[in-house]
Write a protein that binds this ligand. Structure first.
Ligand code: PDD
Length: 294
């Protein structure tokens, strides 16, 4: 069964899928993206990710490539044609193809590409995995609220992590506070059992769809979340630490910069919120949250 990709309305073999060399996504990273987890054939937080995609496009004045309905249809068609039940669907939208010029082109349509990758959602294995993080300076631009494909700072951060045997890099601002992971939001648990995560105000981080879902779930469960920046020093001393993202879901972090967090295993609260998220994301009868950009 060949893998299928989607390029501007066509379903094509993955190895032949291509955009033009003058596509602005390639030339300028003039593009945004979204990732949705597919779990047991169900799309986790689809509405939230499409809400955020629309917002990222609006912020950059890139036209929606298709109506939301058409995009939802194409996502399902990708799932059907690839016969994948557990995976991740990537959607990338660029400002389209035009002769190279920094200014917006006066005409032309956005490019829409979708790719689907298999993944495994073995939750016991994820809880048992020893996931390490390292800290790196956050060298990104100031509009981190937009999910752009201009990811070179994150590429360098992830590489630095990989070279130290870690899976994630927690990026740190000039004042010593953690902003977020290179492809995830960062969380710690303090001694009182409060969840602490950086606020999304001032556009210093991406407002994660998984993060928003967790906020709503914790509210219902009366688990206290304190939205405030935390330092690297605080993270070293935290009872638990984890990241949230559509790809890694809730991923325990058991070591930061070589320092053991808690007892060096996935924390109880981390496991609890992972279970809550899985129930929510895979329950087709439960209406999934809309993503609130504010
Ligand atoms: N990344 N922060 C950054 C910088 C991210 O790239 C991501 C997601 C998140 C978490 O957002 P969400 O919960 O909506 O996935 C936070 C995706 C998974 C990626 O780049 O592959």
């Amino acid at each position: 069964m060949p893998r299928i990709a989607y390029v501007n309305g066509r379903y094509v073999p993955h190895r032949e899928a291509a955009v033009h060399v003058e596509d602005r996504g390639f030339q300028f990273a003039d593009s945004v993206y979204e990732v949705i987890a597919l779990m047991g054939g169900k799309l986790a937080d689809e509405v939230g990710h499409l809400d955020r995609l629309e917002r990222s496009l609006k912020e950059l004045r890139i036209a929606m490539p298709r109506s939301r309905r058409a995009m939802q249809f194409a996502i399902r068609e990708m799932v059907r044609r690839n016969r994948i039940r557990d995976g991740m669907i990537y959607m990338q939208v660029t400002r389209g193809t035009a002769p190279r010029d920094f200014k917006f082109p006066s005409k032309g349509a956005s490019t829409l590409v979708m790719t689907l990758y298999p993944a495994s959602y073995d939750i016991p294995a994820r809880k048992a995995a020893v996931k390490k993080a390292v800290t790196v300076p956050d060298i990104r631009w100031k509009r981190r609220d937009i999910k752009t494909t201009a990811l070179i700072a994150q590429v360098l951060a992830k590489q630095a992590a990989a070279e130290k045997g870690a899976y994630e890099a927690w990026m740190v601002d000039d004042k010593g506070y953690v902003t977020e992971g290179s492809s995830s939001n960062a969380w710690i648990v303090d001694k009182k059992g409060n969840l602490i995560t950086r606020p999304t105000a001032n556009n210093t981080i991406l407002k994660g769809v998984t993060r928003s879902a967790l906020q709503a779930l914790c509210k219902k469960e009366k688990i206290k979340i304190v939205e405030r920046p935390f330092t690297v020093a605080e993270a070293y001393k935290a009872k638990e630490a984890f990241t949230s993202s559509a790809v890694a879901l809730i991923a325990p972090v058991v070591e930061i910069d070589g320092k053991k967090i808690g007892n060096g295993k996935a924390g109880d609260l981390t496991c609890k919120v992972l279970d809550l998220y899985m129930d929510y994301a895979t329950d087709e009868h439960r209406r999934q949250e809309r993503w609130n950009p504010k």
